[in-house]
Design a protein. Structure first.
Length: 794
């Protein structure tokens, strides 16, 4: 693809030279896309007004970053999603030429360190992945399993035609304890299997449709079949017919339907070490938010779905799901000091807590930040392996990691057990902080990104499949780089240069969006389901007397409410919202503001960033005199009260605002919309995809607070004149969530993916052994060394 800037460089070299000279005169070393555009606009205004809307502008708009020094200017252009083009402009010969990522990265390293060859370790995973099939269309990104199915079903049919048995050995590996499933070892090849299936189907045809597996078991066993085909005659027949069809003429939709019906998953281990993982009193504590909600809802949904499948398969096996987290001896009023806790709403799922131990074996007693966990993870993983085997009496069928630390632990555990590994990032820190990789050394003491980004690379490359909540999480949007995409190539000067870190066209990526617990987050108009006691309690929270855990008293309780709730992290920008509100006269006259987050007294917080936000919040209250218009609840609300709070906001025709500078997904957005509250949410991250702007909610730009506040004020004004407008947005929000974001769909999809990846992995040598060997080196030589440098906790 030829870029417009390259065409200009050929056809109107003076224009391009002028532009680069303009950039040089600004004497700026590192440029972001927005700086480049500002520079371009200035250049046009002064020298070439005709260029302002030219194709050249397009190239500049697509520029991600640039670096300048001496006689060279490097430019990184992202012409479309997941594609990078590196350009070098030389002030000596005025030539603009393409170059490799590695040259651009080395140039930046020299700028930062002031030294040539400061970064000797170059990491390139591409050569190891040469044989792994990759997609090539951007619209296929995130639909990996569909691609694999299409790609491999012809292989399946060839294999069957030439007698190379693919399905049979796969079906014969499945067992649970002493129980083998589906096909007994007596059947030796596909020819025998076809014949046995034909006999079995003939036999079943003659049976009464009310019969169950137990009634036909002895006859089917004689033909070579074991349990797992189905509970009823109808189920057994369907599964056998699907297999017979596949053996005759394989096609991927049949394959998916068949794999979905066979018993493969009984036990799952889910890793989530950091934060306070509990079921009460934890949400809103530092490092403790959506991930906990997500996993608990995920476990309930998965247990329900596995149970349903096992029942339909005719197997009396109880699935077990274990959430493995950290045991914190000094756990305050949470249950994080208890080694085992049953998951509410499940039959057999448990939270298993394993303490962090130091090298001398002693236990770390206090909470530590998610940025400090790295030295403890290897021992934690070993201890977790043991805890898993103690609980299950066997290895799990699937290991799911969550966030960078959980994914690293999942990598270690899945490698050890030799089972399928699934990665869920929730949020990758790399894109949250500007220049987090380039200036990693300046941030190392606080964030230890050298460990985190290395761990991320290891986990995302080792995993069999990656679940993301949205497309943008993988590959961003036209103008924003995706979270995974940002690991494609980058440098951490002095430490490592990553040439190919991850390929977003890899079929391991699959979008499976979470939902909101529909027993808690249901529409405000479902009157009968609402608890009067919760309604009263919420009313008291909103309008009751002030207490030590709240600030502000809403004087006029007839106004609609603007509501926001989040952990009080800087990136969540709750203080930003208060600031926008404080400055916006019309908004202040129209609506009150309710904030749920953090604590009111900074001395009650153990987290530095939270303390800073608490102080800032108080300053804003004082500066804008907000005490009669803003109510800040600095306390944790339990789930059912949270659900009711959203509904009470809807009762008064209020709105929910999610003002974060970046939000990886945004469960609160889904919760608010499911409850029927019109939602205004950041355009950076998941909400951009969850909400269709002006249809099921609104996008706001957190960097343009005045515009965001004006949008809200306009909305309230329109609702005054058009009485149906609030209803329209509210109803569309509910519809959007019902159609796209439910836990039932999530669980079905995740299990389907596990079965299909299991099959393709088994039958197509997708084990990625070469990659895994390389990752082991990265783990032992790089990660462990960096982790050991972190100051041990007393
Ligand atoms: N939450 C809560 N009380 C709080 C703050 C948050 O119950 O004080 C819940 C909220 O309802 C949501 C989750 O915590 O379910 C936050 O998830 P989200 O994805 O919005 O953000 P995260 O905290 O994961 O970044
Ligand atoms: C972490 C986040 O930051 C949120 O955006 C997500 O909604 C949450 O995890 C659950 O995946």
């Amino acid at each position: 693809m030829q870029l417009a800037i390259e065409t200009y460089a050929r056809q109107q070299p003076d224009v391009v030279t002028g532009l680069f000279e303009w950039y040089r005169d600004c004497a700026k070393m590192l440029w972001l896309g927005s700086d480049l555009l500002d520079g371009f606009v200035n250049y046009c205004q002064h020298a070439h007004p005709e260029l302002i809307d030219s194709p050249l502008r397009e190239s500049i708009i697509k520029s991600q970053e640039a670096a300048f020094s001496g006689n060279q200017f490097y430019l990184l252009i992202r012409p479309r999603v997941a594609e990078q083009i590196y350009l070098r402009y030389s002030y000596d010969d005025h030539r603009l030429t393409r170059c490799e990522a590695s040259e651009f990265l080395s140039f930046k390293e020299k700028l930062i360190t002031g030294r040539e060859h400061s970064t000797n370790l170059e990491i390139d995973l591409a050569p190891f992945e040469r044989d792994v099939p990759k997609m090539n269309q951007t619209r296929s990104i995130g639909s990996g399993v569909e691609f694999l199915n299409r790609r491999f079903s012809s292989r399946l049919s060839n294999a069957l035609r030439y007698g190379d048995d693919l399905l049979l050995p796969f079906l014969q590996v499945h067992a649970y304890g002493d129980q083998t499933f589906l096909i007994s070892p007596a059947i030796k090849n596909s020819t025998e299997l076809r014949a046995a299936l034909a006999d079995a189907l003939e036999y079943i045809k003659a049976q009464d449709s009310d019969l169950l597996w137990g009634d036909v078991e002895s006859s089917l066993r004689l033909l070579g079949f074991e349990p797992g085909w189905g509970r009823t005659i109808k189920d057994i027949r369907t599964t056998m017919e699907l297999l017979a069809d596949l053996l005759e003429a394989p096609d991927y939709s049949n394959l998916e339907r068949f794999l979905d019906r066979i018993p493969m998953i009984f036990n799952i281990a889910i890793l989530s070490p950091h934060g306070y993982f509990g079921q009460k009193n934890v949400l809103g504590l530092p490092d403790t938010g959506g991930q906990v909600v997500y996993i608990l809802d995920q476990v309930r949904a998965l247990e329900r779905e596995i149970k349903k499948r096992l029942y339909e398969q005719g197997l009396a096996i109880s699935p077990r799901i274990l959430i493995i987290t950290r045991l914190i001896p000094e756990a305050g009023d949470t249950t994080c000091d208890q080694p085992i806790e049953p998951v509410e709403g499940t039959d057999h799922s448990l939270i298993i807590r394993v303490p962090f131990r130091r090298l001398d074996g002693s236990i770390v007693t206090e909470w530590i930040s998610r940025f400090e966990v790295w030295p403890y993870l290897e021992q934690f993983s070993r201890d977790s392996e043991q805890a898993i085997v103690e609980q299950l009496g066997r290895r799990p069928d699937l290991v799911i990691g969550n966030y960078s630390d959980g994914n690293l632990a999942a990598y270690l555990i899945a490698q050890k057990f030799g089972v399928t590994q699934c990665t869920i990032a929730h949020a990758l820190e790399k894109t949250k902080y500007l220049y987090s990789a380039l200036y990693w050394q300046d941030m190392e003491e606080q964030y230890h990104f050298s460990c985190q980004f290395t761990a991320d690379l290891i986990a995302m490359n080792s995993s069999d499949f990656i679940i993301t909540s949205t497309y943008q999480e993988i590959a961003g949007s036209d103008d924003v780089v995706g979270q995974y995409e940002s690991y494609g190539s980058f440098t951490m000067p002095g430490l490592q240069r990553i040439i190919h870190g991850i390929d977003v066209f890899d079929p391991k990526f699959n979008i499976v969006s979470p939902g909101a617990d529909d027993s808690i987050y249901f529409p405000y108009h479902a009157g009968k389901r609402r608890s009067e006691q919760d309604v009263r309690e919420v009313h008291n929270l909103l309008y009751g007397e002030q207490s030590s855990n709240c600030r502000g008293f809403l004087q006029d309780n007839n106004r609609p409410l603007i509501f926001s709730m989040a952990r009080l992290d800087k990136i969540k920008n709750l203080t930003g919202l208060v600031h926008w509100y404080g400055c916006h006269e019309t908004l202040r006259k129209t609506a009150n503001l309710v904030i749920v987050g953090g604590v009111i007294d900074p001395t009650h917080s153990h987290d530095g960033e939270e303390q800073e936000q608490i102080r800032h919040m108080h300053e804003l209250f004082d500066q804008y005199q907000l005490d009669t218009q803003v109510r800040w609840l600095g306390r944790r609300l339990d789930k059912s009260l949270c659900g009711e709070l959203y509904r009470c906001i809807a009762d008064q025709q209020g709105i929910f605002v999610q003002p974060a500078f970046f939000e990886a997904f945004g469960l609160t957005v889904v919760e608010a919309m499911a409850s029927g509250v019109p939602t205004f949410a950041t355009r950076y991250g998941g909400p951009l995809e969850i909400i269709e702007d002006k249809v099921s909610g609104f996008h706001i730009d957190p960097n343009r607070g005045d515009e965001a506040a004006a949008r809200m004020a306009d909305f309230f004004e329109r609702c005054e004149t058009d009485k149906k407008y609030w209803q329209y947005i509210s109803a569309n929000g509910i519809k959007r969530i019902e159609a796209r974001y439910t836990w039932r769909r999530y669980a079905q999809r995740l299990l389907t993916l596990t079965c299909i990846y299991g099959f393709w992995r088994f039958s197509n040598d997708l084990e990625r052994q070469e990659t895994n060997r390389y990752l082991q080196m990265l783990y032992h030589l790089q990660f462990k060394h960096r982790a050991a440098l972190i100051e041990p906790i007393r």
